[in-house]
Design a protein around this ligand. Structure first.
Ligand SMILES: [Zn+2]
Length: 222
């Protein structure tokens, strides 16, 4: 998928936007870059949900498709949102939150949340992702490149347990246009260790991770 980017070329210490491609310095925080670009494009004063005005420092970012179901931290999945709305929305998608916020009683809200969690778990077990189908593509596991990062034993075991319960990855991994790993390191390692030939991936077609030297060269070329 192509993520939303400012139309003008733009440069910062950690990234460069040139001719519609976002180059990010390797190992730089993706969240930081995406947050900064989201605020630039969508503003930092008005909450997406309640439309109230806030000071920029009071704004948070919400994932339209929550991270729990694999919603990526990219500009088109992020919106500026006040603390209160963000807390209320929790792990709901935008559509689910819309239904939820129109329910009147606490009982109805509780019932809706329980049913939703049940449905979500069933979908996850079936290997179905609650994300737009056009975002996902099965990608050969051995073609995905990544820098060696130290594995956290604790995180690995926690994810492995979930993986073994479901028999597949509960959320897709994220890669750039050259198949460099952007997010989902532990999931990828698990898939490799269990000889999975392909993994579900969200490929960011207008994003590329580059080394510090290449970024400098790109900036120098103008
Ligand atoms: Zn709000």
């Amino acid at each position: 998928m192509n993520i939303e980017l400012p139309t003008k070329n733009l440069r910062a210490n950690s990234f460069l936007i040139k001719d519609g491609i976002l180059f990010i310095r390797n190992r730089w925080s993706l969240k930081q870059v995406m947050s900064s670009l989201t605020y630039q494009m969508k503003g930092r004063r008005e909450c997406y949900y309640c439309h109230k005005k806030f000071f920029p420092s009071e704004m948070t970012l919400d994932h339209l498709y929550p991270q729990q179901i694999g919603g990526p931290t990219v500009t088109n999945n992020l919106v500026p949102c006040c603390n209160e709305c963000n807390g209320r929305k929790g792990n709901l998608t935008r559509e689910e939150y819309f239904v939820f916020s129109h329910l009147c009683s606490t009982d109805e809200k509780l019932k809706y949340s329980i049913e939703l969690n049940k449905k979500r778990k069933e979908l996850q077990k079936k290997g179905l992702y609650e994300l737009p189908a056009e975002w996902l593509q099965e990608t050969p596991t051995n073609r995905i490149k990544f820098h060696t990062i130290k594995i956290s034993e604790e995180e690995y075991s926690r994810k492995q347990e979930k993986f073994l319960e479901y028999g597949h990855l509960p959320k897709p991994i994220v890669i750039d246009r050259k198949l460099n790993l952007v997010d989902g390191f532990h999931w990828l390692i698990i898939a490799r260790n269990y000889d999975f030939r392909t993994v579900p991936a969200i490929k960011l077609d207008n994003v590329e991770l580059v080394g510090a030297k290449k970024l400098e060269d790109l900036i120098a070329k103008g």
